[in-house]
Design a protein around this ligand. Sequence first.
Ligand SMILES: NC(=O)c1ccc[n+]([C@@H]2O[C@H](COP(=O)([O-])OP(=O)(O)OC[C@H]3O[C@@H](n4cnc5c(N)ncnc54)[C@H](O)[C@@H]3O)[C@@H](O)[C@H]2O)c1
Ligand SMILES: [Zn+2]
Length: 350
Amino acid sequence: MESHLTTSWENKLSLASSEASSILVIADSNLPKSYSKEVLDICNKESPTHIISFEGGEGIKTLSHVSEVYVHLEKMGADRKSLVVCLGGGTITDMGGFAASTYKRGVSLVHLPTTVLAMVDAAIGGKTGVNTEMQENFGLLKNQIGTFYNPKMVGINHNWLQSLKEEEILSGWGEMVKHALLKGGTHLKELMKLSPKLEDLSPMLIRSARIKEAIVNRDEKEIGERASLNLGHTVGHAIESLAHDQGREMKHGVAVAWGLVFALEASVMKMGFDPTTAEELQNWIVSEILKGIEVDGADAVWSKMSQDKKNVKGNVIDVLMIAPGEVKWDFVWEREEFTILWEKFRGRYT
Ligand SMILES: NC(=O)c1ccc[n+]([C@@H]2O[C@H](COP(=O)([O-])OP(=O)(O)OC[C@H]3O[C@@H](n4cnc5c(N)ncnc54)[C@H](O)[C@@H]3O)[C@@H](O)[C@H]2O)c1
Ligand SMILES: [Zn+2]
């Protein structure tokens, strides 16, 4: 499949707009107004353009927000040739992408990601989704409702990251580290030389996004290799979810970075990953996260891990590495083994 990623987003957006009967820009209201103005100016030249704003965050990934988008599309008289442009982080691209993929069975879609995480991850690969809303017995279930739907383009504009908080940059960096471990070679070496600051990371963003894009293109529907993108996420999700349950702030990408540190430890024990390389990588990741980690014991983590929707038949499936760039994406944990390793890891980092 050809690449949808582009840094010449202005030209490509103009082209997509000229092919559209009408346009709806879904923008994050936390963004400086100049960003949406820039986008509206381009779209409006080619086709009648409307805008709807939502405050980005996990809370907007609901069917009621999707409904608001549908209503807006109805009111503006959208048809099957209309275009939806998502300008924001991963919550805007996930929710807006879902709305675009289902309205009249799918209208054209453009993603203009404004967070590091959305540029290298959420806007790439065609997964859209919303969460199920809070129910008494189920709580909030993430990304339970979704589609596979490719945007016409994903436009990368580094300038939009200037307003992003440092913690959001660090969170996106966690996913960039994951991509670098999956790729290995010089890409990993180059990323290791950089600090998780915007000036350093900017030139690496599109390369990181292309690593994900290449994996997805080889396995769009996650039959095999795409699962390798869950590296660091089995434990990462458990860390994130336990922190949330206890009212502690924990960014997704930071939890993933800790998940990667653990995956390296486990890869040495279970996959014969070179211990010196693993230690070098672990020291690098931990030194950049800076903050220490507060983690629970193996029982709590195991219990969260076994709720993961990717598990099959009650086994906990994880991604480990044989070496950087060489991945085993269907490793199965036994509880006892995990417990020993987790307690060792916990002892080392807390
Ligand atoms: N579809 C996929 O394949 C995929 C992959 C990874 C993550 N995701 C999803 O992505 C979401 C997380 O994305 P995110 O980290 O971008 O979160 P987000 O959309 O919540 O953005 C983070 C915060 O930054 C603000 N923000 C966004 N851009 C800004 C900018 N340029 N300047 C100032 N503030 C800005 C937002 O308003 C929000 O408060 C999750 O819901 C996750 O499930 C999806
Ligand atoms: Zn992630």
